[in-house]
Write a protein that binds this ligand. Structure first.
Ligand code: SAM
Ligand code: SF4
Length: 345
C-alpha cells in the first residue's frame, strides 16, 4: 500500500484543532479496521455473526486517508481496533503507512487493541513500525474458561503473543472484562500474573452494546464492588493519570503494578472526553453510548477533496453529545444496537 498523498498544504480550516460544541478538544481517534474476528467472545458477539460485505468496509487507503485527516486536525493518538485488527488482510501495510505520522511528529502514539491470538506473528513488525504500547484483551488464564468465553479460543496462543510483544520491546496492558459468574474470583490472580510480568492491567465493566445471547444483567459486576474487595487485602494508591477516558488508575503497593478501572456505568466521565470513534464502514461516532453517527464513507466515496472531508469531520465533532445514557437494568434494551466489534473497543 502506498501512503495516501498528503503532500498538499493543509487549508487554514485544517490547522484549527477539533473542538466540539462543549469546548472539548478531540485528540484521540479510535479506528475499527474490520468487524471480523477469529474469536466470538460471549459479551461481544453473537455466536453466529453476519459480517459486513467487503464493499461496505473502508479500504486500507480510505482508512489511511480519514485517519490522516484527523491527524491533520490535531489528533495525537490513534488506536487501531476491530473486530480483531490483526485479522484484517494488509493490516500491517496500514500500520506501516500510518507510521509516517509518528516520524513527522504529528502523532504521539500509534497503538492497537488486540485479542493477541496473532501477535506472535506480528509483534516484530508492529515494533518496527513504531508501535510502542498495545492493549491485549485477556479475561482469564484458565484454558477451559477461555475457550468457553471466546467460543473456541486458545489462551496459550494469546500468552505466546504477549511474550512476543514483550520480547519486541512493546509495552502490553492487559484488559479484562469483569464478569460476575465467570472470572470474578480469578481477578486477583489475573492482576498478580500481569503485574508479575511487568504488565499494567485494566478492568472493564460490561457495557450494554449490541444484542448478544447472554444476559448481561447477570454477568454485570460493578467495579466499585471489585475495588472494595481488592482494597480489603491490598493497598490501592490513587494515581493522578488522566487519559481523558473512563479509566481511573491505582498502584497496587503489594504487586508494584498499575491497575485501571473502566467504569462507564458507575461514574460519569463524559465531561473530559477527548475521543471519537470511526467504524470500519466509515461511520464516525462521537459518543460510544449513543446512536449519533456521521457517514464519512459517503463523503469519501463522493470524491470529496480535503476541504470537504475536513468540513464533514468538523460538523460531526461539533455535534458530539454532552454525555451517554448507559444503563443496565433487567429489561433494558442495549443502549445502542452496535456491537463493540463494530464500533471498536
Ligand atoms: N478484538 C480486539 C480485542 O478483543 O481486544 C479489539 C476489539 S474488542 C471489541 C475491544 C475491547 O472491547 C476488548 O477488550 C473487549 O473485551 C471489549 N468489549 C467487547 N464487548 C464488550 C462489552 N459488551 N462490554 C465491555 N467491553 C466489551
Ligand atoms: Fe473478537 Fe475482541 Fe469481540 Fe472478543 S472482544 S469477539 S476478540 S472483537
Amino acid at each position: 500500500m502506498t501512503p495516501y498523498d498528503s503532500s498538499a498544504a493543509p487549508t487554514p480550516a485544517a490547522r484549527q484543532p477539533l473542538v466540539d460544541g462543549f469546548g472539548r478538544t478531540v485528540t484521540y481517534l479510535r479506528v475499527s479496521v474490520t468487524d471480523r474476528c477469529d474469536l466470538r467472545c460471549v459479551y461481544c458477539m453473537a455466536e453466529h455473526m453476519t459480517f459486513l460485505p467487503k464493499a461496505e468496509v473502508l479500504t486500507l487507503e480510505e482508512l489511511d486517508r480519514v485517519s490522516s485527516a484527523f491527524i491533520g486536525l490535531g489528533v495525537r493518538k490513534l488506536r487501531l481496533t476491530g473486530g480483531e485488527p490483526l485479522v484484517r488482510k494488509g493490516f500491517m501495510s496500514l500500520v506501516e503507512s500510518l507510521s509516517r505520522h509518528l516520524r513527522s511528529g504529528a502523532l504521539d502514539e500509534l497503538t492497537l487493541t488486540t485479542n493477541g491470538t496473532q501477535l506472535a506473528r506480528f509483534a516484530g513488525d508492529l515494533a518496527r513500525h513504531g508501535v510502542r504500547r498495545i492493549n491485549v484483551s485477556l479475561d482469564t488464564l484458565k484454558p477451559a474458561l477461555f475457550r468457553t468465553l471466546t467460543r473456541g479460543g486458545d489462551v496459550a496462543a494469546v500468552i505466546a503473543g504477549i511474550d512476543a510483544a514483550q520480547a519486541a520491546g512493546i509495552a502490553v496492558k492487559i484488559n479484562a472484562v469483569a464478569l460476575r459468574d465467570d472470572n470474578a474470583a480469578e481477578i486477583p490472580a489475573l492482576i498478580q500474573w500481569a503485574h508479575g510480568r511487568g504488565l499494567d492491567m485494566t478492568l472493564i465493566e460490561t457495557m450494554p452494546l449490541g444484542e448478544v445471547e447472554a444476559d448481561r444483567t447477570d454477568q454485570f459486576l460493578s467495579l466499585t464492588e471489585v475495588r472494595r474487595a481488592l482494597a480489603s487485602y491490598w493497598t490501592l494508591t490513587d494515581l493522578p493519570l488522566n487519559t481523558g477516558g473512563p479509566a481511573r488508575y491505582v498502584r497496587v503497593e503489594e504487586t508494584g503494578g498499575r491497575l485501571g478501572f473502566i467504569t462507564p456505568l458507575s461514574h460519569n466521565f463524559c465531561e473530559a472526553c477527548n475521543r471519537v470513534r470511526l467504524t470500519c464502514t466509515g461511520t464516525l461516532h462521537t459518543c460510544l453510548g449513543r446512536e449519533d453517527a456521521s457517514d464519512l464513507r459517503a463523503v469519501l466515496r463522493a470524491g470529496a477533496d480535503e476541504a470537504r472531508l475536513v468540513e464533514a469531520i468538523r460538523l460531526a465533532v461539533d455535534a458530539k453529545p454532552q454525555g451517554h445514557d448507559f444503563q443496565i437494568t433487567r429489561d433494558a434494551a442495549p443502549a445502542t444496537r452496535r456491537h463493540m466489534s463494530t464500533t471498536g473497543g
